[in-house]
Design a protein around this ligand. Structure first.
Ligand code: HEM
Length: 485
């Protein structure tokens, strides 16, 4: 063979070899990520999210996903994995919980949460672990939750009185406002002992902060430095600074009042702020409880607890009003267990099985955080056979998982508390993240630490809004209606 032919054939073999290697590498790396819809430059898949992202994500999963239950999205700058089935959630929580235990960083949230020195937004690490332990052991333990029984009873009575007043006068009632007022009062009284005008001030701070934190954040699409310039140029940075100052002033006054009040020791039950100040004195949490950290933790509890609880109550009432059969069963149970007593007592709640099923069913269909709070991975992980790189955001679509017909059957979209009762199809499923089919509080390391605290708070208010309260009469004249989205 001529040297020329040898050269040409060698080059051809070499090129073919390179082609195969490159194709394999490119194709292979694409194959290693979960399936993904077509994207557009800069936004990636952001434009596909819509007004109710949990709904859009379920539709995207149905259209582009596979049985693995994972979808890969490029949301602006953020690589994101969405989990939409109980099986994928089980794999993730059982095998990769640690890898995904951090939070997606956000400059706005960091600022408004007073430096993320708290439980909800702290990145995974020693400080978060110690803060979480502190919350679980000292703030939200079953014993501490019990100690707030009188607060729940008083606020449930105020809620009932508000509804009755409206029903008797035949007036329109903003049930949403009353339920928010109830949740806000219980959570702020537990956190700081505060009610009345001060709780109102706190409510205003929360409303303003939520408006600044919700929706698309600049850093989602722009590099950090550019996002900072835009925040400064648009006045957003100033608005954030003002909001942080207002929180800081408010919480500093709160600490000063508590220190003054507690100088001879706390009389009666402690609120969260009392507990944190006492733990600082005792000095054995392994965490430096500076004023700033205490402020951030107290603010975190109020933020995490208020809206979630009031939205749950609102959905429960909405479902009961549009399902009169369920409402009647609940009222029968309340009447039977309370046996003619004028008010419901917390001891009665343990005998109200239908009430508990109503709450489970409400949280199944309407988890107040439908995508939980986004996590972020700190290391690469192989989930359901796909390679997920480090620094990938994770959305668990608890809303879609709660409505998946493979778990919940053909009537998955219907409100049927009976499914959790007797020989119902899913009797044994609980709310604590042990069953990956029902995840309103999340699961694993980042699970909500407040289940003990919040369930009696939700139960006592729902049981108290019984037949005698005339909630139906009041609700039938509701001005704004309940959220049916
Ligand atoms: C119906 C009421 C509530 C629901 C449905 C709920 C749900 C959740 C969810 C989904 C998460 C995120 C889980 C995750 O990241 O995977 C969470 C976290 C958290 N919740 Fe709740 N929550 C409720 C009430 C409360 C209350 C009343 C408090 C405090 C008083 C609270 C404190 C927290 C905290 C501190 C975290 C952060 C946990 C962490 O990052 O490790 N929650 N909650």
């Amino acid at each position: 063979m001529s040297p020329y032919l040898v050269f040409v054939s060698n080059v051809t073999v070499l090129l073919a070899f390179c082609y195969v290697i490159i194709k394999k590498a490119v194709g292979g790396s694409r194959n290693k990520l979960p399936p993904s819809p077509p994207s557009i430059p800069l936004l990636g898949h952001l434009h596909l999210l819509g007004r109710l992202p949990h709904r859009s994500l379920r539709d995207l999963q149905a259209r582009y996903g596979t049985d693995g239950g994972l979808l890969f999205l490029q949301l602006g700058r953020r690589r994101t994995v969405v989990v939409s089935t109980a099986a994928a959630a089980a794999d993730l929580y059982k095998n990769h919980d640690l890898a995904f235990a951090s939070r997606v960083p956000s400059a706005t949230v960091h600022k408004l949460s007073l430096g993320s020195n708290n439980v909800s937004f702290a990145p995974y690490g020693d400080a978060w672990r110690r803060s979480k332990k502190l919350a679980v052991v000292h703030l939200l333990s079953p014993r501490r939750a019990d100690s707030f029984g009188p607060v729940r009873a008083a606020e449930a009575a105020a809620l009932v009185a508000g509804v009755r007043r409206a029903a008797e006068a035949g007036e329109a009632v903003e049930l949403r406002e009353l339920l928010y007022g109830y949740s806000n009062a219980v959570v702020t009284r537990a956190a700081t002992g505060t009610a009345g005008a001060t709780a109102e001030e706190m409510k205003q701070l929360m409303v303003n902060s939520t408006a600044l934190m919700s929706g698309l954040q600049l850093e989602d699409v722009l590099p950090d430095a550019a996002a900072k310039v835009v925040r400064w140029a648009t006045g957003l940075e100033k608005r954030l600074d003002r909001q942080v100052e207002a929180w800081d002033k408010f919480l500093s006054e709160m600490i000063a009042e508590h220190l003054e009040k507690n100088c001879g020791g706390v009389a009666g039950d402690e609120d969260f702020l009392d507990v944190l100040l006492r733990l600082r004195e005792e000095g054995n949490t392994g965490l430096e409880l500076t004023d700033d950290r205490i402020k951030s933790i107290v603010q975190d509890m109020i933020f995490a607890g208020t809206e979630t609880s009031s939205v749950t109550l609102e959905w429960a009432m909405a479902e009961l009003i549009r399902n009169p059969g369920a409402m009647a069963k609940l009222w029968d149970e309340v009447a039977r267990v309370s046996n003619g007593k004028p008010t419901i007592e917390e001891d009665d709640l343990s005998r109200m099985e239908y009430l508990k099923a109503v709450l489970k069913e409400t949280l199944r269909l309407h988890p107040p955080a439908p995508l939980l709070v986004p996590h972020e991975s700190t290391t690469a992980a192989v989930v359901q056979g796909y390679e997920i790189p480090a620094k990938t955001a994770l959305f668990i679509n608890a809303w879609a998982i709660g409505r998946d017909p493979t778990t919940w059957g053909d009537a998955a979209e219907e409100f049927r508390p009976e499914r959790f009762l007797g020989d119902g199809s899913v009797t044994g499923i609980d709310l604590r993240g042990n069953e990956y089919q029902l995840l309103p509080f999340g699961a694993g390391r980042r699970v909500c630490p407040a289940v003990n605290f919040v369930l009696p708070m939700l139960e006592i208010s729902l049981a108290s809004l019984d037949k005698k309260t005339d909630v139906k009469k009041a609700a039938s004249t509701m001005r704004s209606g309940l959220g049916y989205t």
